[in-house]
Write a protein that binds this ligand. Structure first.
Ligand code: ADP
Ligand code: MG
Length: 344
């Protein structure tokens, strides 16, 4: 009788802890910037959810119209088409993102380079064509156009001095968008929430019941499985870069969408890298860059920025190479070896 009673209490406790006293966090989703966005509000802020989602959606749509290289009339597309012709007046977000991108280029010794556009374009499948490897000549020709240091930003004007030069903000724009949405939510008085734009996530406050927000690190080898959970510090952001979701298959081999600016080829060696930092612009930019740099060369960048990271080398069984700040926040869900990042 006693053990039955204990069982009943155990079954009831988790239920009452979340559903009777406090509503479950609620999520609203919408499609934007080529991906899915999700606003999650915890606790008693639920009634604000619809309003928050509408606001965020409007913000994302405006950013996409300004920054997207898939829209011929975006600011960035117009800037690209004026390469080698003349400087152009650019609005604030474009100017700031160009400046931030140049900063991350310097910080990562060029592993992050927003002028990779022409090379990225070579690897992008053309509609109606069987994907094929770019020729060495084509790669060299496009690589000659790549150098973020040549971008000119002066006052409210920007200029790409070489004809054919092109900017592609795909490695950082989503993180920037997350920070803007996060700030807008805070200004509206939301305290406990999470904003997710295609895996670029930033949290605020708690996930309800006084618990920190927790994010799952998916297995790059089987995306239906989670390898670990990480408890997020208040206000922090997280982003993952990997080649396992966005790639092109050429002659039976997969080529990912993150390019190594030194070679023009897709970066290889890692299955994924997850970066944690105080801002989503940083986690987005750095996750792309650290994926290119690899674990050892990423150490000085991580030390300089105060960001934390999990590297998953491209071999099974999975291993997690982590910075010290992650070790205490990580709970493993699958069998995997966790070690301190080599070279730390
Ligand atoms: P996702 O867009 O899937 O979130 P990332 O944030 O890692 O992935 O960015 C990848 C995108 O960034 C590519 O699709 C391309 O547009 C651009 N890109 C690729 N390689 C680089 C690089 N080395 N530096 C800057 N941008 C890059
Ligand atoms: Mg990125």
């Amino acid at each position: 009788m006693r053990s039955l009673f204990n069982l009943a209490v155990l079954l009831l406790l988790p239920l009452s802890a979340c559903s009777l006293f406090e509503p479950e966090p609620a999520t609203a989703t919408f499609k934007t910037m080529g991906t899915r966005a999700a606003v999650t509000l915890a606790g008693l802020e639920n009634e604000k959810l619809a309003k928050a989602a509408v606001d965020a959606e409007r913000l994302m749509a405006a950013l996409e119209a300004e920054l997207s290289i898939y829209r011929a009339d975006s600011v960035v597309s117009r800037l690209n088409s004026l390469a080698g012709v003349r400087p152009m007046e650019v609005p604030e977000h474009t100017r700031r993102l160009l400046e931030i991108s140049i900063k991350y280029g310097d910080l990562t010794s060029g592993a992050f380079d927003v002028t990779l556009g022409p090379v990225v374009g070579l690897w992008r499948p053309k509609p109606g064509q069987t994907p094929s490897l770019p020729t060495e000549d084509a790669l060299q020709e496009k690589l000659a156009l790549v150098n973020f240091r040549n971008i000119k930003v002066q006052g409210s004007e920007a200029f790409l001095p070489t004809p054919g030069m092109r900017v592609d903000l795909g490695g950082i724009a989503k993180g920037y968008a997350v920070d803007l949405a996060w700030q807008a939510l805070r200004r509206r008085g939301a305290v406990n929430f999470m904003f997710d734009l295609g895996g670029n996530i930033r949290v605020s406050g708690k996930a309800g019941s006084g618990l920190p927000w927790s994010i799952a690190v998916r297995s790059p080898f089987d995306t239906s499985r989670n390898l670990a959970n990480v408890a997020m510090p208040d206000g922090w952001a997280v982003a993952t870069s990997g080649q396992y979701e966005r790639f092109v298959e050429i002659e039976g081999r997969r080529y990912g969408h993150i390019i190594d600016p030194r070679t023009g080829y897709p970066a290889a060696g890692l299955a994924g890298v997850t970066v944690f930092a105080r801002e989503a612009t940083m986690t987005d930019g750095l996750s792309t860059a650290l994926f290119v740099l690899g674990p050892q060369k990423s150490v000085p960048v991580l030390r300089k920025t105060g960001a934390e990271a999990i590297f998953i080398p491209d071999k099974e069984p999975p291993e997690l190479w982590v910075t010290p700040g992650i070790q205490s926040r990580l709970s493993l869900l699958e069998e995997a070896k966790v070690t301190l990042l080599p070279g730390w």
